[in-house]
Design a protein around this ligand. Structure first.
Ligand code: PMP
Length: 355
């Protein structure tokens, strides 16, 4: 029978496995630690800004997101034509591949890393070149530089790396950028940048200013706690930001999402106090895990990685029993978000009992 057929590569797109919601058990609170969300709800001022916009939802949003661009430009000290906003930073990853890759062009990235990368690359009929992360979960930037060929259009550097946790240092990134030819776009995925606390941390804005081929992707989903609103932004030299805007989905950032993002930028100081709380909780979790003998990679995002191999499903089930839902990657390991204090306590006890 003759029916419309999608392009052959569509059948090869791997599925995106969303973090499961909490299991409902009578008499027990269950916590969702499976999607690296922020456990704090939006601030009251953010909710008010959103409510003020709801009455105009019969109208399309400002397609140019003018006020949001202005607020981002002011917050980060960059010209507005060096910015591009999108439906989450995952939207930017899709747009980057769409704007820069012809079918068969190569996109190099670490693996395991963010699961949307192979989806976006395959959807665009480009080719993934996956470079295994080191045993401690860090990017192998030497191997990634060596994997660049004449067909390479993009290298994605995920720092901190989802799901393994470590971040790249500025020294490592500079050495890497020195090796990569200028026609290759280097995307620094900084979805969790606000959680980084380490020596020699990457200064993304200073780095993009020094290189014509560097783009930063960031999000309001994690530190700003707006995952449900779907707002991400890229910072890049004007020609790259312009290409991203050219391929963007018209009206992809809703009126209320723009309002929530602007109100959150205005309240960054208060939101970053919450980030500090989560970073302190992360340190408490890591100390608790190390005390009972777990050797987790250094987490610099709002999540911890357990390289469990074939015990992954067993660990996820034990966590579920204790009322925490984690994100298992079959046969590889489990990623667990830093959540409410009580949820983190439960993680420490589950992990201690699981040794
Ligand atoms: N990059 C990384 C590394 C992520 O982990 C995520 C979300 N899990 C994203 C990008 C996308 O986030 P969002 O689309 O919500 O901005």
């Amino acid at each position: 029978m003759s029916t419309p057929q999608p392009r052959a590569n569509v059948a090869e797109i791997p599925p995106y496995v969303a973090g499961r919601p909490p299991t409902v058990r009578p008499g027990m609170t269950s916590y969702k630690l499976s999607s690296n969300e922020n456990p704090y709800p939006p601030l009251p001022g953010v909710v008010e800004a959103v409510q003020a916009g709801v009455g105009a939802m019969n109208r399309y949003p400002d397609m140019g997101s003018t006020a949001l661009y202005a607020a981002l430009g002011e917050s980060f000290g960059v010209p507005v034509d060096h910015l591009s906003v999108a439906t989450g930073s995952v939207g930017l990853i899709y747009q980057l591949v769409q704007a820069f890759c012809d079918p068969g062009d190569e996109v190099v990235y670490a693996w395991r890393s963010f699961e949307a990368y192979p989806i976006a690359v395959t959807a665009a009929a480009a080719t993934s070149v996956q470079v295994p992360v080191l045993a401690d979960g860090r990017h192998d930037l030497d191997a990634m530089a060596a994997a660049v060929t004449d067909r390479t259009k993009i290298v994605l550097v995920c720092t901190p790396n989802n799901p393994t946790g470590p971040a790249v240092t500025q020294t490592e990134l500079d050495a890497f950028l020195a090796k990569v030819p200028g026609h290759v776009l280097v995307v620094v995925d900084e979805a969790y940048v606000e959680f980084v606390r380490m020596d020699d941390a990457v200064d993304g804005i200073a780095t993009y200013r020094r290189h014509d081929n560097v783009v930063l992707t960031r999000t309001f989903s994690k530190a700003y706690g707006l995952a449900g609103f779907r707002v991400g932004y890229a910072v890049a030299p004007a020609p790259i930001a312009g290409a991203l805007r050219a391929v963007s989905l018209p009206f992809g950032v809703s009126t209320i999402a723009q309002a929530a993002a602007i109100a959150s930028l205005e309240r960054s100081a208060e939101l970053f106090e919450r980030v500090d709380e989560l970073v302190a909780e992360r340190a408490r979790v890591v100390a608790g895990l190390r005390e009972v003998g777990w050797d987790v990679p250094e987490p610099q995002g709002n999540f911890v990685w357990f390289g469990l191999g074939d015990r992954t499903a067993e660990f996820a089930a034990a966590a579920d029993e204790a009322g925490i839902v984690v994100r298992p990657f079959a046969g590889e390991g489990a990623r667990v978000s830093i959540g409410e204090d009580e949820a983190n306590d439960r993680l420490i006890s589950v992990a201690a009992a699981f040794r």
